[in-house]
Design a protein around this ligand. Structure first.
Ligand code: PLP
Length: 400
């Protein structure tokens, strides 16, 4: 194995499509073309002295796969290149990543400001879990720039948001919140799941930390769970690593390998997902039985201009309301043939869910009303099928 086949020195200057195919590749002595799966929990040392040196950080190499693993490291390095981050740590799920990114940087007595419009489990971590450990939380209307500023307290340490949010597709001004966070010595954590690393780069816009559920578009084929946290070398090494090394949310090498191989096609897939979503959103908006369509790529989205400043395309997700209540929404879902009922998203298969009875069921009626998650709202993750077939499936279901 020559060094030539492990050359990655210029990877930061490669274009994203090249980074997604070659970034972070670490070839073994066998010179394999495709990345290897290092299915090992531990590593052997040449001597007791080497083991001691490695634990002291004086000898480069792996110690234990809860800390680091070669296949996982390839995925982390590829993601860091793509995101323009200095460092990354991969986690077993997106929620493990969100939880670690938040809890690793706050202590009892600190304060967090977060957008109200969040995925149900993210909201649980912020709203229910953090206060149990003495961390104060203020939830704000993420679209209201002044609300973020007004919520800041002397003990504010972290800011958290999703943009576009799940499922209401509301947009937060990342540059504004990032600046506020920096000005008070805090850190902005952005959950970039809906936008994907292809369409939006929060670190370039002023965020300090980015988190993904790799379960979604990064895998993209509904096969396995995973997550990743990205940020500066200082944040990952000094704040996040002590937390994750000891609490243990590490990604398995096998799942890291699936994510690595999926990254090779991420750009192609996202571009096609976006084209299909644009077609389906326009189709839905023209249907008499559809009340309202929310898609950041359409000019009738209330924050379309901001969305298009932050994202290169409108994304892969649509929220829409049908005429009638929950019954009409359920009837539509039950009449679909190609589009499957599932609360997952970012899959090659188009998936539809009813947020008020699934992902956001835990929220009170008032909390759902505050977010405009009504009983007749549906969330559609548009897949890679022929978009005309998807429109015909929806048309058939709407007629029924
Ligand atoms: C915005 C957002 N963040 C985080 C997650 C959690 O990801 P995971 O299921 O991989 O834990 C999800 C899952 O749907 C999500 O939509």
């Amino acid at each position: 194995m020559t060094d030539k086949n492990n050359k990655n020195n210029d990877a930061r200057s490669w274009r994203p499509q090249t980074q997604m195919v070659h970034g972070g590749t670490l070839r073994s002595q066998f010179g394999e073309t495709s990345e290897a799966i290092f299915a090992t929990s531990g590593y052997v040392y040449d001597s007791a002295e080497q083991a001691e040196a490695r634990f002291k950080g004086e000898d480069q190499g792996f110690q234990y796969s809860r800390f680091a693993n070669p296949t996982v490291a390839m995925f982390e390095q590829r993601m860091a290149l793509l995101e323009g981050a200095e460092a990354a740590f991969a986690t077993a799920t997106g929620m493990a990543g969100v939880t670690a990114a938040i809890l690793s940087q706050v202590s009892a007595g600190d304060h967090i400001v977060a957008a109200r419009a969040l995925f149900g489990s993210c909201r649980y971590v912020i709203e229910d879990l953090c206060p149990r450990f003495g961390i104060d939380v203020t939830l704000v209307d993420g679209a209201d720039n002044s609300a973020w500023e007004q919520a800041i307290q002397p003990n504010t340490k972290a800011f958290f948001l999703e943009t576009p949010s799940n499922p209401t597709l509301s947009i937060v001004d990342v540059a504004h919140v990032g600046k506020l966070a920096s000005s008070c010595g805090g850190q902005l954590v952005v959950d970039n799941v809906f936008a994907t690393p292809v369409l939006q780069k929060p670190l370039q816009q002023g965020a300090h930390v980015v988190v993904y559920s790799a379960t979604k578009h990064i895998d993209g084929q509904g096969r396995c769970l995973g997550g990743v946290v990205l940020g500066t070398e200082t944040f990952i090494k000094e704040t996040l690593l002590p937390f994750v090394r000891n609490t243990g949310p590490a990604l398995s090498p096998f799942n890291a390998w699936i994510m690595l191989k999926s990254l090779e096609t991420l750009d192609l897939r996202i571009q096609q997902h976006c084209s299909n979503t644009e077609h389906v959103a326009n189709f839905l908006a023209a249907q008499p039985d559809v009340e309202n369509v929310l898609f950041p790529g359409r000019s009738d989205h209330p924050q379309h201009t901001l969305a298009m400043q932050q994202m290169t395309r409108g994304g892969t997700m649509i929220a829409f309301t049908v005429k009638g209540g929950k019954d009409a929404a359920f009837q539509l879902m039950n009449s679909l043939e190609i589009i499957k009922i599932s609360n997952n998203l970012g899959d090659a298969k188009s998936l539809i869910t009813h947020p008020s009875t699934t992902t956001h069921q835990r929220l009170s009626l008032e909390a759902r009303a505050e977010l405009d998650i009504s009983d007749n709202m549906l969330r559609l993750s548009v897949g890679l099928e022929d978009s005309q077939d998807l429109c015909e499936d929806l048309a058939r279901a709407l007629t029924r």
